[in-house]
Ligand binder design. Structure first.
Ligand SMILES: *[C@@H]1O[C@H](CO)[C@@H](O)[C@H](O)[C@H]1NC(C)=O
Ligand SMILES: *[C@@H]1O[C@H](CO)[C@@H](O)[C@H](O)[C@H]1NC(C)=O
Length: 156
């Protein structure tokens, strides 16, 4: 008799655990169908606008991905796509070098600055790299006028 009761209790515990797992899965699926959060793919495009015929060397990384060294001739572009994580912590950090030993860094994507629900959102994050710093394309003005200093401070 005691054994049967124990079995029943065990069955009840298992059922309640399973239903909790089912609920958790339902929440995850609900998040997945939200197009702006987890099905969204962003693109970063980087164009060499150094402007004096210099080649731009760049090397971008996130904590998870090393995108390798890229070499851009004048006015040439390179791009990569990625899925920003749902925690809003996605960053891509790039090291830029060009003629005469110039060497500098910039967060080419920072979810706090660029994420869809954050600062100045972008899905198509197009950047022109000049000697004075990077400028991002602004859909509202149709110009590359969202500009930053190399240290990341906004110019406006
Ligand atoms: C979210 O997605 C909907 C439907 O695709 C779209 O209309 C809306 O503009 C998006 N919002 C943002 C902030 O991207
Ligand atoms: C790059 O583009 C600028 C502006 O359009 C142009 O003046 C320049 O000649 C171009 N340079 C090369 C190497 O194509």
């Amino acid at each position: 008799m005691a054994n049967i009761q124990r079995t029943q209790v065990l069955v009840l515990i298992i059922i309640s655990l399973l239903s909790r797992i089912a609920l958790l899965q339902a929440e995850t699926i609900a998040l997945d169908v939200h197009p702006n959060i987890s099905t969204l793919k962003s693109i970063v495009r980087i164009t060499n606008r150094l402007g004096d015929g210099s080649t731009l060397n760049l090397h971008c990384k996130s904590p998870d991905d090393n995108l390798g060294l890229k070499i851009l001739a004048p006015n040439k572009s390179w791009s990569f796509t990625f899925r920003p994580n749902i925690w809003g912590t996605t960053v891509f950090y790039c090291h830029f070098t060009w003629s005469e030993g110039h060497s500098t860094h910039f967060y080419i994507y920072d979810d706090i600055r660029d994420g869809v629900h954050r600062g100045i959102p972008c899905i198509y994050c197009f950047w022109d790299i000049s000697k004075d710093g990077p400028c991002r394309f602004n859909q509202a003005t149709d110009a590359f006028d969202i500009c930053y200093y190399w240290n990341g401070d906004p110019k406006q």
